[in-house]
Design a protein around this ligand. Structure first.
Ligand code: GLC
Length: 749
């Protein structure tokens, strides 16, 4: 019997990545877990399932009892959001003095960097560069680990195509295939090959699940979603992260078809733990166990504790429900000792895998901290990442890159983001809103700082007019903008949204630029050559600006190296290669809008076409489609070639295309492969991303880009919730975005 149990544990731990190359052997961990569990009292066990908040709060108000006292009494298994390094040492020392001396595990939201701030995750996804994303996470994890954090609440893998939701900035956009590749890269970067390595930390895949489909794009709102769509659109990145070895997951706040996710047994036990065989540790989201009562799905703390533990959730983030209700739930026979023990095992396994029992101060080494935080090469990577994330949407007349021998010498940098620092821009809520003590606005390189150096060195004359940082924009400000534009040959308009207007609980009902920013446009002399740089956390509606600007560059919230990265792109040192990970709508009225929609029985071919699925007041097509982004060069695509036109089950489908750089400079192109199932037994999306390759081509260079589709790539969740491919006709599309593609058909027999 023992061997059977051990083999189950071996496969389970390998599923959570504690084995892949880990130097912590399974037998060793499980022997030690069982030995410790046998010594633990019920209070010791419940204490391990309790997570309390440290010195910064990242959510609703919760009781903050005496931290040291709770830790000393063995009532705390984990502390989150604790920033003070010395205090973490004291807290760990105190934990070692508790009854069994079980070390604490420290969790933190390392969302786009730790002390070195990188572009927001949505921007990183726009790079379509998985190696870059992995390198970013490697640095972020190393800095966090050096500062005493053992566990990050990242990657956030929520798919969403609702830009009203403030948290789209935190994910990888609207597509489950791209989202899955990004999730894998993040887990690899965060966890490395060995969780006990003091430069790696545990990942936490969140928010499980369907949080990005909240009704109305309103945070924490209800989600109604079919199981078919849940499995097709929502779960793939979670499964990819689980298979990549993610050590932990986090519940989401929302209900799924009426069931709060923290107590959703089907989601956690049937799918995550059952079908996927994942046995890692699940932590609630902030007070979400207690919120099951607010949802009206649990009567009191005993009921909430019962339902969340029984669903398969393990650790209670700050709600206190387990502390207050689990003992009673056991006494009333609502839960079993075995259920409690299994949750405690998962917490202890995480701590053993991190090496915290072997050396509780492994992550609290002040020398390594001083040597690791904000190393110069970390900022270089932040600059590279920000430049590679930027998306060029328009470049009429080739205004960009700025050409020193061109007609424009006097350049006016105008707008709230020209030299913004007090506005705390170029960052997200997670760097600012949570009061990350490491956000230091003096560390930001602003556009003005970088461009002054870069452009004047090339002979340009730059003026900076920072106006309308907020709604108190005066006529004087507008006149300053007007005069600066009048006296310039070219205007670089820096507009967008403030860092604190995005992120958790920061949802919007309109996607337009703030009125005071749009008003600047009215003061620009007509016909003035204008580049608009958008600093945004989400798809936005900037049609008025687009009418004035010949060139539009989406810079997202690029982090500390904002200005240098922008200068690199505007001067052509870096040829922009970003592609949109989310559709940009013409207006919020089109939301939800996404590329992988169903065809309907009456698709609209042309605006105004009656008896079709469209609007009277605007086309049903987006302003800019998923996967779209321009370059300073041009790429041409040959016709698609395929190994044959009919394939048997189990055969792979080989697709290739020749891509040529037909422009004047080297550049990178994201070659995208989509399919469409024309003969399934339910309606299928008009396109589904099934592959992409980011390639670099010198001027005039061509490259054959090949993709291989498996039967799995052609499969979908059918009416019987079976994942299978139907025989029949498929279309395959290849191109540089989801709209402008080469197309070919093939048969699956
Ligand atoms: C927040 C977020 C979650 C975060 C957690 C801890 O409310 O929803 O993403 O990791 O609380 O800060």
């Amino acid at each position: 019997m023992k061997n059977i149990i051990l083999s189950c544990i071996v496969c389970s731990l390998s599923a959570v990545g504690m084995l892949n190359g880990q130097n912590t052997s399974v037998q060793n961990i499980d022997t030690r877990v069982e030995a410790l569990l046998a010594k633990m009292s019920l209070d010791d066990k419940i204490g391990q399932l309790n997570q309390v908040v440290g010195d910064i709060s990242t959510g609703t108000d919760v009781s903050k009892d005496d931290l040291l006292k709770q830790v000393r009494a063995g009532q705390v298994g984990s502390i989150l959001s604790h920033t003070n390094f010395e205090n973490k040492i004291t807290l760990q020392k105190t934990a070692l003095k508790s009854n069994l001396g079980i070390p604490l595990v420290f969790g933190f939201d390392v969302i786009h960097g730790y002390k070195t701030i990188f572009p927001i995750p949505l921007a990183q996804a726009a790079s379509w560069d998985m190696d870059l994303i992995e390198r970013i996470e490697r640095v972020a994890a190393a800095e966090a680990a050096a500062d005493g954090q053992n566990w990050t609440f990242s990657p956030m893998v929520d798919i969403s195509y609702d830009p009203r939701w403030g948290r789209v900035m935190e994910g990888a956009g609207e597509d489950p295939f791209l989202g899955s590749r990004v999730a894998e890269a993040r887990v690899r970067g965060i966890q490395g090959k060995d969780l006990s390595d003091p430069t790696t930390i545990a990942a936490c895949v969140k928010h499980f699940a369907a949080y990005g489909f909240a009704e109305g794009g309103r945070d924490y709102n209800s989600v109604d979603i079919s199981e078919q769509k849940l499995r097709e659109m929502v779960l793939p990145p979670f499964e990819a992260a689980a298979k990549a070895g993610a050590a932990t997951f986090m519940n989401s706040f929302n209900t799924i078809n009426g069931v709060p996710a923290s107590m959703d047994k089907h989601l956690i036990t049937d799918i995550l733990r059952g079908e996927w065989g994942w046995k890692g540790m699940i932590v609630s989201d902030w007070a979400s166990f207690g919120e099951t009562i607010t949802h009206g799905a649990a009567e009191d703390e005993v009921d909430a504790a019962t339902k969340c533990l029984s669903a398969g959730s393990d650790m209670d983030m700050v709600s206190g429900v387990f502390q207050k209700g689990l003992r009673k739930a056991l006494e009333k026979g609502r839960v079993t000792q075995a259920q409690i023990d299994e949750a405690v095992r998962r917490v202890l396994r995480l701590k053993f895998a991190l090496g915290l029992f072997d050396d509780p101060f492994r992550y609290l080494d002040s020398k390594r901290r001083a040597a690791t935080l904000e190393k110069p090469e970390h900022r270089e990577l932040a600059r590279e990442a920000a430049a590679k994330s930027m998306v060029l949407l328009q470049n009429d007349g080739g205004l960009l890159p700025l050409n020193p021998s061109g007609p424009f010498r006097r350049i006016a940098l105008i707008g709230p983001f020209a030299d913004s620092r007090t506005n705390k821009d170029y960052m997200s809520f997670w760097t600012l809103g949570v009061g990350n003590p490491y956000y230091d606005s003096t560390k930001v390189v602003t556009p003005a700082q970088a461009l002054k150096t870069e452009l004047e060195k090339k002979g340009f004359l730059l003026t900076v007019t920072e106006v309308c940082l907020n709604a108190t924009c005066t006529e004087k400000d507008y006149s300053l903008a007007r005069d600066a534009a009048r006296d310039a040959d070219l205007v670089i308009l820096c507009l967008g949204e403030n860092g604190l207007d995005c992120g958790e609980s920061r949802c919007v009902s309109t996607l337009e630029l703030r009125k005071e920013q749009e008003k600047i446009l009215k003061y620009l002399p007509s016909g003035k050559p204008t580049v608009m740089v958008l600093f945004n956390s989400r798809p936005m509606d900037f049609k008025l600006a687009a009418e004035k600007a010949q060139s539009i560059l989406v810079a997202w919230q690029p982090g500390y190296e904002a200005g240098n990265a922008l200068a690199d792109v505007l001067t052509g040192k870096v040829n922009p290669s970003g592609k949109l990970p989310m559709t940009f709508p013409r207006s919020v009225g089109q939301v939800p809008i996404h590329y992988n929609h169903l065809n309907t029985g009456r698709p609209q071919q042309n605006f105004g076409q009656m008896w079709t699925s469209g609007y009277l007041d605007q086309p049903s097509t987006p302003a800019y489609p998923f996967g779209f982004g321009l370059s300073y060069t041009k790429f041409s695509y040959s016709k698609i070639s395929m190994s044959k036109s009919a394939y048997k089950r189990g055969e792979t489908v080989d697709v290739s295309v020749t891509v040529t750089n037909t422009g004047d400079v080297a550049g990178e192109e994201v070659v995208q492969l989509y399919i469409r199932d024309m003969s399934a037994d339910i309606s299928r999306p008009v396109k589904e991303l099934k592959g992409f390759q980011k390639i670099r081509l010198e001027k005039g260079q061509s490259k054959i880009v090949s993709f291989r589709l498996s039967e799995k790539d052609l499969s979908y969740w059918n009416r019987d919730l079976k994942f299978k491919a139907d025989p029949g006709t498929f279309k395959v599309f290849v191109g540089g975005n989801s709209r402008d593609v080469q197309e070919m058909s093939f048969e699956l027999q």
